[in-house]
Design a protein around this ligand. Structure first.
Ligand code: ZN
Length: 159
């Protein structure tokens, strides 16, 4: 690695190359446990499950806009739930065989942060439920000028 500080502004960073200790420094212990170690926050404890403001939910690690209030719905689960990511968001689905179950893990495709899980019991139009951890998401209530086209977008149809 060159000695330049690759985390300073203006430098293009490959977030997947950021070492663990850097994430540990950047994130709170709870954010680190969930986003980098695949943890889960307790239901009804996070900052976003009952949030209704308009805005964008960004990856807590890399800041990528991933989910929007337009696709958020009240699933009753105690975790922020969405029926689709925002259009073009690098949301990745990975098979998760932990805890003796086969589930679909949801990750940020830019930095591999663990966000939550995907279940096929969501509302229309997708029928999908992205059940996420508040601690993996940072809410941004700024106007989303570039995200107005997201209505009507299908969820990624992998497998
Ligand atoms: Zn990310």
């Amino acid at each position: 690695m060159p000695e330049k500080d690759s985390f300073s502004g203006g430098v293009t960073v490959d977030e997947k190359q950021i070492p663990d200790e850097e994430w540990r420094r950047r994130l709170s212990p709870e954010e680190y446990r969930i986003a980098r170690e695949g943890g889960t926050e307790r239901a009804f404890t996070g900052a976003h499950w009952d949030r209704h403001e308009a805005g964008t939910y960004r990856c807590v690690c890399c800041g990528e806009p991933l989910f929007g209030s337009d696709e958020k719905y009240d699933s009753g689960s105690g975790w922020p739930s969405f029926y689709a990511p925002v259009e073009g968001a690098p949301v990745r689905e990975v098979e998760d065989r932990s805890l003796g179950m086969i589930r679909t893990e949801v990750r940020c495709g830019r930095c591999e942060a663990h966000l939550g899980h995907l279940f096929p019991d969501g509302p229309q139009p997708t029928g999908q439920r992205y059940c996420l951890n508040s601690a993996a998401l940072r809410f941004d209530d700024a106007k989303r000028a570039d995200a107005e086209e997201e209505k009507g977008v299908d969820a990624p149809e992998k497998r």
